[in-house]
Design a protein around this ligand. Structure first.
Ligand code: ATP
Ligand code: MG
Length: 571
């Protein structure tokens, strides 16, 4: 492990608790809620989870765990138009994979539709809610702006009886979509726009994935959320900053109802360079075929990162490292890469794979001879042991490790030059074979020095390069996917130049190599298996692999850019 990363680990574990942990610690000290800590993660099942959600998940689950508390998983399923069971299932799978367990505390906002309906009628009876017949556009117009106060709806002063009657008839299905809403009666001149008689219910004749056709009115987020928190006895309702302006409304509803009142606390959402995080934008990438699906390894979705080869540990580590704050900021994508690199460096076995093969014939090596050469599995982990890799007369090396006409600083193989084959022998290039027509190098002929077995120098003579290789006959074919950033712009959402974020999608973000060869020990590896291809980076087996045709995704390269950035910052 490099010095920089050790520093990072230490400084992180010793650093002061963040502001939410301070609030929680104080509440425990003062015995608020009898010392109980109950948090929740409230996804809307309208897309797949991304690394930003991971930040929220890790925060809520870890805070509860650290304090002997519990965490609920609650689906915020209040919008039947956009929601789907596919999303619910993927969210459950992803949170489990991240390593969190809500036990029997799986809830749905739709479980509370009945209670919310009753509570809405209670607010009507208290003169705190009314049925409004303005259209959506009119409501917007009446709302005013930050500079201009709103205007009261002409329906604001309906009697309690009329409101109750209309609301019951809304629920009974007597009115068409969009013709009426239920609104809270607060203050049309409030500085906070969310307090200007916000909509609580709308009419939607839509089938809900859980409640079917039972309801044709659906609660708005603000009305459903706080009340669901209250029903579940949540103590700390942790959410992102965009809900800060909603907090007065969150509090207002609970106060009017005079029910148990959880505390909403906001933190800054995660933004990351060279990617987008909003589900709506991710959906556009998926639906327009920019990527192969929600689990495309280029996406910042949890399922994409999993397929890319990220481990749950590395994602949790990342969430811990970025910490939480009250101010929005953007994290370097290289920091996420740093976290998986550190993890894989410790755990991933090293193997040899040649991505772009060039044939090498060792002319003085006996035909039909095969040697099993001992290779170290992981120099970072003595327990990982060794394995044997077959060596024979015909091998493959990387095309880029040979140059017929080497430039000045090229130290790898060239005519007349000697290099080491990792764990094998010194070889020297004696002849270059070319295609008659294209003049492309098709094969190179080398001699080997039998006295250098294992790659050691026989007489103290030095070589400047050590190359990885596989045996031509024994290696197995593989398809390899190399990834680059999904966007060319650091901030794809900066659309000030008039361009859409889709215009900055990197056309070369995926490179597929179909001629690669890997050492035979990988023949039976299953999807999700992770390793380091020596000199090429960390890779994992893709679920699309088949018997006899392995597919590998490069998780990350070997170079550690974030550590360098950090080191530079410390100077
Ligand atoms: P998106 O904007 O990506 O569509 P969302 O906020 O609409 O996300 P939800 O399913 O409503 O998605 O989010 C569930 C929880 O995850 C919320 O509490 C939200 O605050 C949190 N969350 C969403 N995006 C991020 C992010 N980028 N960083 C941290 N937390 C996030
Ligand atoms: Mg949302």
């Amino acid at each position: 492990m490099s010095k920089t990363s050790e520093d990072t680990n230490n400084s992180n574990s010793q650093s002061a608790p963040d502001f939410i942990r301070e609030i929680v610690a104080e509440d425990i000290r003062t015995n608020k809620h009898g010392g109980a800590i109950v948090t929740r993660f409230p996804p809307e099942p309208n897309g797949y989870l991304h690394i930003g959600h991971a930040k929220a998940i890790v925060l809520s689950f870890e805070i509860a765990k650290e304090n002997g508390g519990i965490t609920h998983l609650r689906f915020d399923d209040t919008n039947p138009i956009k929601e789907d069971v596919e999303y619910t299932e993927s969210i459950i799978e992803d949170i489990r994979w991240l390593g969190y367990d809500w036990e029997d505390r799986l809830h749905f906002a739709s479980d509370y539709f009945e209670q919310l309906f009753e509570w809405a009628k209670e607010l009507i009876k208290k003169g705190k809610a009314f049925v409004c017949d303005l259209s959506g556009d009119e409501i917007r117009e009446y709302r005013g702006t930050l500079k201009k106060p709103g205007k009261n709806s002409p329906f604001r002063d309906r009697t309690v009886e009329e409101n109750l009657d209309l609301f019951n008839r809304m629920q009974a299905g007597e009115f068409e979509d969009g013709t009426r809403v239920l609104r809270a009666k607060i203050d049309m001149s409030a500085a906070n726009l969310n307090m200007r008689d916000p909509v609580m219910y709308r009419i939607l004749h839509e089938t809900h994935h859980r409640t079917g056709d039972k309801w044709c009115i659906y609660p708005m987020y603000d009305w459903a959320h706080g009340q669901s928190d209250s029903i579940e006895g949540i103590t700390h309702s942790i959410c992102t900053l965009e809900f800060e302006d909603h907090r007065p409304l969150y509090d207002w509803f609970l106060e009017q109802l005079e029910v148990y009142h959880p505390q909403q606390i906001e933190f800054a959402r995660l933004n990351m360079t060279y990617t987008v995080m909003s589900k709506r934008k991710l959906m556009l990438l998926v639906e327009n075929g920019y990527v192969s699906g929600w689990d495309d390894p280029r996406l910042p979705t949890i399922s994409g990162l999993r397929r890319r080869g990220y481990s749950p540990e590395s994602i949790r580590k990342f969430c811990e490292l970025i910490r939480i704050a009250k101010r929005n900021s953007t994290v370097e994508i290289s920091m996420l890469e740093y976290c998986i690199r550190e993890d894989l460096n410790k755990h991933a076995p090293r193997v040899m794979a040649v991505l772009n093969p060039l044939k090498v014939v060792i002319t003085n090596y006996p035909e039909n001879q095969v040697e099993e050469l001992e290779c170290i599995n992981n120099p970072e982990d003595p327990e990982a042991g060794t394995r044997n890799v077959p060596f024979s007369r015909e091998l493959y090396i990387e095309q880029e490790d040979f140059r017929e006409d080497p430039p000045k600083k090229f130290f790898r193989l060239a005519p007349g030059r000697e290099v080491r084959l990792r764990y094998a022998y010194f070889i020297k290039c004696v002849e270059v074979v070319k295609d008659d027509i294209t003049q492309e190098v098709t094969e190179i002929h080398c001699t080997y020095d039998p006295a250098s077995r294992g790659g050691s120098s026989p007489d103290g003579r030095k070589v400047k390069a050590t190359l990885h290789w596989v045996s031509a006959e024994h290696s197995i074919p593989a398809e390899v996917h190399l990834y680059d950033k999904l966007f060319l712009k650091e901030n794809p959402l900066d659309e000030t130049d008039g361009a859409s974020f889709l215009d900055s999608v990197n056309p070369d973000s995926l490179k597929t190599l179909t001629e690669s060869r890997v050492e035979p020990s990988l023949a039976d590896k299953q999807p999700g298996w992770k390793c380091q291809f020596e000199r090429q980076g960390y890779f994992c087996v893709d679920p699309d692999s088949e018997q006899g045709k392995l597919v590998f995704n490069r998780t990350v390269t070997l170079r550690d850019t974030w550590a360098k950035i950090q080191a530079a910052g410390k100077k």
